[in-house]
Design a binder for this molecule. Structure first.
Ligand code: NAP
Length: 336
């Protein structure tokens, strides 16, 4: 499908289900509105929420379309009225509410960033969702500081690998949990100071042991369930816990006295449903604090695998299998 056809390929889930329900449909190429840019997508990261959306388990924000995908990297094709941050031909990476798993996408210019020189489209397409989420939760909400210890649950996930690398880049110690010896080894290789195989070891006891009995200063949790109570047991005095998902359930029996006696801050957030102004503020923060690191080649996203758009079902199957380490990325190949 060529760039002059006025159409775009787009990935949708025809009904809730496994990877087999995914379809690549032809849609009109979107037109940029006020403050928006049209991007010829070259690569787009996959995230756990794409799987949840495919399964019918993700409540979509009102401005989302049925086309999957919340991040992309590509080349600016045209500008909507009032858009002046970029020019045609610029390489950009961007956060979107939906519709990035397509050849063409419209992006608010305020949630787009220039791709640093030397960074590939595959890497750049894996940046926005995880880096924005990690910046917002680990560094803003949980206020991780240099010299402190961060415990990251799901250490090999797209989010986990990003949190691990960014926290190390900012001078923190990092402990991770992961579900196998191989995944623990992958995290140690990425620079983790400690790795806990949560299937065999108790992360509360282990994380205390690894911090001389003090406990981690901050925890990034995507597991929920009984981790909610156990995080409160593990966390250090004056510690901060950022809750970004509840893969093991969102109901728990918790002794909240620990919140009071240990002076704990318990926080959480959901990036996709935030208003554009919040995403724009985060984009500016990531541009100031993280883009310089990416430009220097530090803390680049870890790519597990890439799949051409037409193999999107294989990409979902890889994420369903749970053996990935880092990000899965879709790559668009179009005629000139
Ligand atoms: N709130 C937000 O704004 C926001 C934004 C982005 C992502 N998220 C959430 O963050 C999580 C990670 O996203 P992602 O795209 O990076 O996904 P991903 O790469 O598929 O990672 C999911 C991770 O969860 C771990 N996991 C799954 N079930 C677990 C369990 N029962 N106990 C312990 N660990 C478990 C897996 O590790 P093991 O294989 O080692 O078990 C895996 O590393 C997802 O839940 C996603 O919904 C939230």
């Amino acid at each position: 499908m060529g760039s002059l056809s006025g159409k775009t390929r787009a990935v949708i889930a025809s009904r809730p289900g496994g990877p087999e329900v995914l379809q690549i449909v032809e849609r009109p190429r979107p037109v940029p509105g006020e403050g928006e840019i049209l991007v010829r997508v070259r690569a787009a990261g996959m995230n756990r929420m794409d799987v949840l959306q495919r399964q019918g388990n993700y409540p979509l924000p009102p401005d989302a379309t049925d086309v999957l995908g919340v991040e992309l990297a590509g080349v600016v094709e045209s500008l909507g009225s009032g858009a002046n941050r970029f020019t045609r031909g610029d390489r950009v990476m961007a956060l979107v509410t939906s519709s990035s798993h397509a050849d063409w996408a419209v992006v608010p210019e305020t949630t787009a960033l220039p791709i640093p020189e030397g960074m590939s489209f595959e890497e750049a397409g894996a940046v926005p969702e995880t880096y924005f989420t990690v910046w917002s939760n680990v560094f803003e909400r949980a206020a991780l500081k240099k010299g402190e210890t961060l415990l990251v649950h799901g250490g090999t996930s797209g989010i986990g690998t990003t949190a691990l690398m960014l926290a190390k880049a900012f001078g923190a110690r990092v402990i991770v949990t992961a579900g196998s010896p191989e995944k623990c080894a992958a995290c140690l290789k990425l620079g983790a100071d400690g790795a806990i195989d949560y299937r065999k070891q108790d992360f509360v006891a282990m994380s205390k042991e690894m911090t001389d009995g003090k406990g981690p200063d901050a925890i990034l949790d995507m597991v929920g369930g009984d981790y909610i109570a156990r995080n409160l047991e593990a966390i250090a005095f004056d510690g901060r816990i950022a809750q970004i998902a509840f893969q093991q359930g969102c109901k728990a029996e918790v002794d909240f006295r620990l919140l009071r006696t240990k002076l704990v801050t318990l926080t959480g957030s959901s990036l996709r449903s935030q208003p554009l102004r919040t995403k724009a503020r985060l984009t500016a923060a990531v541009e100031e604090k993280i883009l310089p690191l990416l430009s220097k080649g530090q803390a680049r996203p870890l790519i597990d695998s890439t799949f051409p758009l037409e193999k999107v079902a294989d990409a979902h199957a890889r994420m369903d299998g749970g053996h990935h380490v880092g990000k899965i990325v879709l790559v668009m190949e179009m005629e000139a």
